[in-house]
Design a protein around this ligand. Structure first.
Ligand SMILES: Cc1cc2nc3c(=O)[nH]c(=O)nc-3n(C[C@H](O)[C@H](O)[C@H](O)COP(=O)(O)OP(=O)(O)OC[C@H]3O[C@@H](n4cnc5c(N)ncnc54)[C@H](O)[C@@H]3O)c2cc1C
Length: 493
């Protein structure tokens, strides 16, 4: 992370006083012991106590906070529920955490326009809860949906098991209200898909809190499908399960969910949840088919046949809603389940072309052997989005570094086979230094110029996503006249 600014840290009392003027009462946290819960996010290997935490309740307060911080050169880290797995909400020693937890209201459900307008601190599952009694739901469903916020989902462009068919956050987001670092409040999109002008909503989705603070979100809601069935398909060979994924898609079937778990993940989930998984299988596919009853029945038969042709020796089809949910319960609890079999795990997130699954899975087993670390795989197979969980013990000297090196090698392999560094967890601090394996310096400079257009002083969530910090002036054209540099007082690094 960038070296903290001692002068800013020395101004803590003054900064806290100014924040309290904007958010009175209990809205500012500054005592060392009260700051502990904000020290890290879901990437708990990295920790940092923030200078202070501010918990606003209105857009007006967010605007005033950012305006003041902008004028005073104070850095700001936006935070939702703190479940990011890439360190996106990791605080800065010389920065303020802007927590959005109090923005927790559903503002409007508009069935005529099939959308819901919600505050960013509403949980992902909270959106579905608000509309399910009327037969609707919000489709993107991260496994963390019980806790993660919709604002965090927008910032990370989060996905989930149902995103293969229904799209990621970006495909289900219609509009948002955003406060820029200078305090300006802007609205992007609306209730329809077709907004005028540049797709700025697309630019902001997945921007990891670097461009603005989301203070209101409008999402698409969908009617619940008439029927949904889940299949459990166990295979004696990982490669056969990987090949079946390709066969299903090639047959023209887009399941509502198509997930894969390897043997260590199957065993951990079964021991934790008792979902009825085959503990001796080398790999398990969970396939969900939804739609009209007749279509579901037809597709179920088709998928069963494809799996049998690849040697599946365990097949179960859910016969009730309770059974379907039980099949998914193991998958949804797979991360905490793996947390029970190793003192620590490091969750990676790379995406590869589906056809490369067998090759990449066997390469990862090789790497695990050479690093001497365990790995459990549980992932969105239909999207080619891998989530290897590297098992390690942080108390053993050198193991975290080994896990990080192993993870970096996996991500480089993803890029080498034609994939990308992240599927849904974002870059954050975790993959920041690997950005150069995917983007060349020109690509990175172009991305940073977008950042500069929104936040020219680089005060919003600095140290995340970009491997090298540039002053915005460095990215624009600079005219050096007779050897004299413009703005010579500007620090350069
Ligand atoms: C057990 C577990 C399972 C998970 N499963 C999935 C999964 O299936 N799919 C998936 O995609 N992710 C998953 N995640 C990752 C995580 O839940 C998502 O990235 C989620 O969107 C983060 O939301 P949050 O509210 O916790 O955001 P935080 O962790 O608080 O922040 C994440 C990023 O968003 C920014 N941010 C937060 N709120 C705002 C806002 N209002 N305005 C601007 N920027 C903001 C932060 O600065 C940070 O960069 C999982 C995490 C865990 C711990």
């Amino acid at each position: 992370m960038p070296a903290p600014d001692a002068a800013l840290i020395a101004r803590k009392a003054e900064i806290v006083r100014a924040l309290r003027r904007i958010v009175p009462g209990e809205g500012v946290v500054s005592e060392p012991e009260a700051l502990v819960p904000f020290e890290s996010d879901g990437l708990s290997a990295y920790r940092q106590t923030p200078l202070a935490v501010v918990l606003p309740e209105t857009t007006q307060q967010v605007s005033e906070i950012l305006k003041w911080c902008s004028a005073e050169g104070v850095k700001v880290v936006p935070r939702g529920a703190g479940t990011s797995l890439s360190g996106g909400a990791l605080p800065l020693a010389d920065g303020v955490v802007l927590g959005m937890a109090k923005f927790n209201r559903i503002l409007e459900v508009d069935y005529a326009n099939r959308c819901a307008v919600v505050q960013p601190g509403v949980t992902n599952l909270g959106v579905t809860h608000a509309v399910e009694a009327d037969g609707f739901y919000y489709a993107p469903d991260p496994s963390s949906q019980i806790a993660c916020t919709i604002g965090g989902n927008v910032a990370e462009n989060s996905g989930g098991v149902h995103c293969l068919k229904y799209g990621l956050t970006t495909n289900n987001l219609l509009g948002c209200e955003l406060v820029l670092m200078n305090g300006e409040v802007v609205r992007l999109g609306g209730k329809g898909f077709d907004a005028a002008g540049y797709d700025l909503l697309g630019v902001v989705t997945g921007s990891e809190g670097l461009l603005g603070v989301v203070t209101e979100v409008t999402v698409r809601i969908l009617p619940k499908p008439e029927t949904a069935k889940a299949l459990l398909l166990g295979f004696p060979l990982v490669e056969a399960a990987g090949a079946t994924v390709g066969d299903i898609i090639a047959a023209g079937i887009i399941p509502a969910g198509l997930e894969m778990m390897d043997n260590p993940a199957i065993r951990a989930a079964e021991a934790f949840v008792g979902a009825g998984y085959p503990v001796d299988a080398a790999a398990l596919l969970i396939v969900e088919l939804d739609g009209p009853e007749a279509e579901c029945a037809e597709l179920t038969g088709h998928v069963r046949a494809l799996a049998s042709a690849r040697g599946a020796d365990f097949v179960r089809v859910s016969h009730s809603e309770a059974e379907r949910l039980a099949f998914w319960a193991g998958r949804k609890a797979a991360f905490p389940a793996v947390g029970r079999i190793a003192p620590d795990y490091y969750c990676m997130d790379g995406t590869i072309p589906r056809g490369k699954l067998p090759q990449v899975l066997s390469a990862m087993s090789e790497m695990a052997r050479s690093y001497g670390l365990g790995v459990a795989n549980v992932f969105h197979a239909g999207d080619g989005n891998l989530h290897p969980l590297i098992l390690y013990d942080a108390d053993k000297p050198g193991e975290l570094e080994k896990a990080e090196a192993f993870g970096a090698e996996i991500l480089k392999l993803c890029v080498a086979v034609g994939g990308v560094l992240t599927g849904e967890h974002g870059v954050g601090v975790e993959k920041r230094d690997l950005m150069g394996t995917m983007f060349d310096p020109t690509d990175l400079a172009c991305q940073q110029r977008v950042k500069c257009a929104f936040d020219p002083a680089l005060l919003l969530n600095p140290g995340k996503v970009f491997p090298t910090l540039h002053r915005c002036a460095e990215l624009g054209r600079m005219h050096v006249h007779r050897g004299k540099l413009a703005f010579p007082d500007l620090p350069r690094f």
